[in-house]
Design a protein. Structure first.
Length: 212
């Protein structure tokens, strides 16, 4: 299989949510910010900072959870963690484009905060939530716990973190580091022979379902 058909195959394996969810979330965030007033300003700020990262995290969890042929992948010469990383690159690319467009559009409205602060916060929270979602999906074999973890993390940010840390680098940089670490943990857990609890419905990667 050549590069182009292979990329198309991986895009299909991701599912439509990998492309639709981030775009819709970015659109909803911009519309709310651009039209909000009064209490709408608070809602718009919450959506601006959390809608796109949350949608991306849920899309990433779904990409990992929807693989039905884990044993087949483990028998291929291409390492399965590389396959997962390659698939996750699709929602990551869509989100990166949506983030830049969203920050640019919000900047034209004159709403605060400034574009750099918004970009740092969006990038950090996206990586953190997506890393947590992928890690939880790998550990449990289901996207449902990942969804609960993402929602809890978003509530913690809105109700606690935002009251303690300023927007921008103070939140974005630690979130980037932690999220990247969670991604690395999840991908390492997918290597053959690695123990990862009920990883994708399996015990050890070299065993059959529920045999570990």
């Amino acid at each position: 299989m050549t590069a182009a058909p292979w990329r198309a195959h991986e895009a299909r394996r991701c599912g439509r949510q990998a492309f639709v969810l981030p775009a819709l979330a970015a659109l909803a965030a911009f519309v709310t910010v651009a039209t909000g007033s009064g209490i709408g300003v608070v809602l718009g700020r919450a959506l601006l900072s959390c809608a796109l990262p949350t949608a991306t995290a849920l899309a990433c969890a779904a990409v990992v959870a929807r693989e039905p042929m884990l044993e087949l992948h483990l028998s291929l010469p291409i390492p399965y963690p590389r396959t997962v990383a390659r698939r996750l690159a699709w929602p990551a690319s869509v989100t990166a484009a949506a983030t830049l467009v969203l920050v640019g559009l919000v900047a034209t409205t004159g709403h605060r905060p400034d574009p750099l602060t918004t970009l740092l916060e969006l990038s950090g929270l996206t990586v953190f939530l997506s890393g947590a979602a992928v890690w939880a999906t790998v550990r449990t074999g289901s996207a449902a716990p990942a969804s609960g973890l993402v929602i809890a993390a978003v509530l913690a940010k809105l109700l606690l973190v935002d009251r303690v840390l300023p927007e921008g680098a103070a939140q974005g940089v630690p979130a980037l580091v932690i999220g990247g670490y969670l991604f690395s943990l999840a991908l390492r857990a997918l290597r053959p022979g690695a123990r990862a609890g009920a990883r994708l419905g399996y015990g050890d990667a070299h065993l059959g379902p529920r045999e570990a």
